[in-house]
Design a protein around this ligand. Structure first.
Ligand code: PAF
Length: 283
């Protein structure tokens, strides 16, 4: 497994792989890898011959008051995990490699509608930063397949729409959320939680499961379901950011006849913002 830092080195390595008729897979990450990321790598390895994992904490997708500086950077440990997983190339560019003229004035990819609301409401500009860096990574690597986690459900929808609208010749694939034994969705940000917060954190998923049961049981008074869950989360010690039911395909607000629903939540425990989601099929 090679770790490459420059775009030119990576392109040269990928040109050789392509000459050997290898199908290229890409798993974009911000590093600090956990089993959820490794599941993405495994998915890419099952479907392609040459898997590139990018590790880049993208400043363009962080707001002014967010955790860019404290975001965990653990390259050596990540490299060990990727070697064990069987990845072929780690692409770990610097900010200067990715934004040599700086981020001010850089071309932005903006995906309207699907980027609005939910995480887009509390993180203005976040999805422009994500779409722009993912667009760049897709252009740099030119993979046949790129794999993203479904924990960031809205992000995946934004990336799918961008790839579709810009006719990018890549298959975008989602991979299911990987959870700890107690149900908490794995996330690099879980490392910010105190022991007490970590004990409370699984209540977020439990709340989504309760909503799921109510929907499956036939309840359709959506606003009341959401309000009750919001009260329960608050009582458990969370500060809910949003809790919402959306059409799982369009991400538009749910309607009474909707068959595939996604329950989406973001909530703070102290200063740590956790997100999670759960899909419900009522077909
Ligand atoms: O999900 C992430 O880790 C990031 O948003 C991504 C897709 C790697 C873009 O920086």
């Amino acid at each position: 497994m090679n770790t490459l830092h420059s775009i030119a080195q990576l392109r040269a390595a990928l040109a050789r792989a392509r000459q050997d008729n290898k199908r290229i897979g890409l798993v974009p990450t911000m590093g600090n890898l956990h089993d959820g990321h490794i599941a993405l790598v495994e998915k890419a390895l099952q479907r392609t011959d040459h898997v590139v994992v990018s590790i880049f904490v993208n400043p363009l997708q962080f707001g002014a008051n967010e955790d860019l500086d404290s975001y965990p950077r653990t390259l050596a440990e990540d490299q060990r995990k990727l070697l064990d997983a069987g990845a072929h190339v780690v692409f770990a560019p610097s900010v200067n490699d990715m934004y040599p003229e700086g981020m001010q004035g850089h071309t932005l990819i903006s995906v309207p509608v699907v980027s609005e609301g939910l995480c887009g409401a509390s993180r203005p500009g976040h999805f422009d930063g994500v779409a722009t860096v993912v667009g760049k990574l897709l252009n740099i690597v030119q993979p046949d397949l790129a794999v993203f986690g479904e924990k960031d459900f809205q992000q995946l929808a934004v990336i799918r729409k961008m790839a579709h609208d810009l006719c990018l010749p890549v298959q975008i694939m989602g991979a299911p959320i990987v959870r700890a034994a107690d149900g908490l969705a794995l996330s690099s940000r879980n490392g910010y939680l105190s022991d007490e917060q970590r004990r409370v954190a699984p209540r977020l998923y439990q709340t989504l499961q309760q909503i799921q049961q109510q929907l499956v049981g036939g309840r359709r008074d959506f606003p009341a379901i959401i309000e009750e869950a919001r009260v329960a989360l608050t009582a458990a010690g969370f500060q809910p950011d949003y809790l919402d039911l959306r059409d799982a395909h369009s991400l538009q607000p749910v309607t009474p006849n909707c068959q595939d629903i996604v329950i989406l939540a973001a909530a703070y425990l102290g200063t740590t913002r956790l997100i999670d989601n759960l899909q419900v099929s009522l077909a």
